[in-house]
Design a protein around this ligand. Structure first.
Ligand code: PLP
Length: 476
């Protein structure tokens, strides 16, 4: 394809995208295919001869789309959202057309300077104080890896990169039992070892870290000759929205001189609403904070904002400057590749800029407030419905529940069957998790186009499927 042909095809693609979204409600949310169904339809070897674009597009429609789970479906209530507001999709279209590789300031000054500005807009929007500097990472997992590497290097006085970890004391990093597995991976990749990721027990309805236990564990580790390096706290854990008391964690971190990273990958977007900022009170004292505008806010995946109180520690950990990457004569500029693990960088700032300008913070706040209100209303409705119980109360728009009819024997199995039935039905999409060992159903409202009626339909589908299942059990 050349750019002349692209002109027409690109317009067709825009029409296709608008139609796809207009008709999304008619599609099942989760792909209704079985493992291998799509693979079996794909040729075993690549074509030697060029194929007509019409054929490729027909295969997209007939082979690929039936195997897609529709993340932009208004009734996507599983996992966390990965919202792509239309305006951010448009921005990505421009980004793809320009296709710049924005690793250094001089490889696209506008990309770098827009990233600086838009990160600062986000900083203000979520209520972080001036002085925090932001960078856009590809994912929260990368931001957490950056933070863990910084913890490691700082604790070892930057000897880890130079000499490796052999002969060093065991570095210890602390978190609650509720953190996302991206923390485990960061620990593995940083060479610290899973055994040195110390999980502090949680307590109370917020399922936050027990900070007394945190302090005692750090003291015991020091006494044992280990080297505490940092604390990772979470605001809005994946399973049930677990949230640490950040102020209390910061008291310990400051007393112990430990680097802190706050994982607010999902819940961080809600901090654009001042009334939700109490959930992370104390965050202004943290060293590193991550939140994903590619989850709830609507900036098409991937777009993670990573805020640093002192970016020089991260740069000292990651920067490497062979002659071919030097930017002579451009003193004082930022090369964001020195703030990230990969060298190459997409132009991610554009979609965040388009999004914030086209919707305004007020528009985005309204969406988030609606989701929170509707999820809380659904939790209250389920709570008042016979045979259902709320297991964890809503944290913003996320809660967990169980179907537990009196006399039922294996409640875990019953709930897994219920989730499967709901997802096979296709009108809504939910996932399960485990809370204190029990299998429960997770609900979060967050899709960009979700309405109150969509959440009402979720209630109807959940009750209908539970009743059908009970009837089937009674029939034996
Ligand atoms: N942290 C939390 C709390 C999450 O829920 C997730 C993903 O859902 C992540 C981190 C990882 O995010 P990413 O996919 O951007 O690496």
């Amino acid at each position: 394809m050349n750019w002349d042909e692209f002109r027409a095809r690109g317009k067709d693609a825009a029409d296709w995208a608008a139609d796809y979204h207009a008709n999304l409600r008619e599609r099942p949310v989760r792909a209704q295919t079985k493992p291998g169904d799509i693979l079996a339809q794909l040729p075993l070897s690549p074509p030697d001869a060029a194929q007509p674009v019409d054929d490729i597009l027909a295969d997209l429609e007939n082979t690929i789309l039936p195997g897609m789970t529709h993340w932009q479906h208004p009734r996507f209530f599983a996992y966390f959202p990965a919202n792509a507001a239309p305006v951010s999709v448009l921005a990505e279209y421009y980004v793809s057309a320009i296709a710049a590789q924005c690793m250094l300031w001089q490889t696209s000054p506008a990309a770098t300077e827009l990233e600086t500005r838009v990160c600062d807009w986000m900083r203000q929007a979520v209520g972080l104080p001036g002085g925090f500097a932001g960078v856009i990472q590809d994912s929260a997992s990368t931001a957490t890896l950056c933070a863990v590497l910084t913890m490691r290097e700082k604790a070892l006085d930057w000897a880890g990169n130079a000499k490796g970890l052999a002969g060093q004391p065991a570095l210890r990093i602390y978190c609650s039992a509720e953190v996302h597995t991206s923390i485990d991976r960061a620990i593995w990749i940083a060479g610290i070892g899973e055994a040195n990721l110390v999980r502090i027990k949680t307590h109370g309805p917020t399922r936050g870290m027990d900070v007394d236990a945190l302090g005692a564990t750090i003291a015991a580790d020091r006494a044992a000759g280990h080297l505490p390096a940092g604390i990772i706290a979470c605001v809005g854990g994946t399973s049930a929205g677990a949230t640490d008391d950040i102020s209390a964690v910061m008291d310990v971190a400051e007393a112990e001189g430990l680097y802190t990273h706050i994982d607010a990958a999902w819940a961080g977007s809600a901090m654009i609403c001042p009334e939700f900022q109490a959930h992370w009170a104390g965050v202004d004292r943290a060293d590193s904070v991550v939140l994903n505008p590619h989850k709830w806010l609507g900036a098409q995946f991937d777009c993670t904002t990573h805020f640093l109180r002192d970016p020089t520690t991260l740069v000292k950990t990651l920067a490497i400057q062979p002659e071919y990457l030097k930017t002579h004569g451009a003193d004082g500029i930022i090369n964001y590749s020195e703030w990230s693990v990969p060298l190459g960088r997409r132009f991610r700032a554009l979609k965040l800029w388009f999004l914030i300008r086209a919707h305004g913070l007020d528009g985005l706040r309204e969406m988030i407030r609606n989701h929170v209100t509707w999820a809380q209303a659904l939790a209250a409705r389920l709570d008042a419905t016979a045979d259902f119980e709320i297991v964890t109360q809503p944290m913003l728009s996320l809660f967990t529940f169980r179907y537990a009819p009196e006399g039922a024997k294996d409640i875990d199995a019953l709930n897994q069957t219920l989730v499967n039935r709901i997802n096979d039905d296709g009108r809504i999409y939910l996932t399960q998790t485990r809370i204190d060992g029990a299998l429960v159903i997770r609900f979060q409202a967050g899709a960009f186009t979700c309405t109150a009626q969509d959440v009402d339909l979720a209630y109807d589908v959940i009750c209908e499927m539970a009743q059908e299942m009970s009837r089937a059990v009674q029939r034996g």
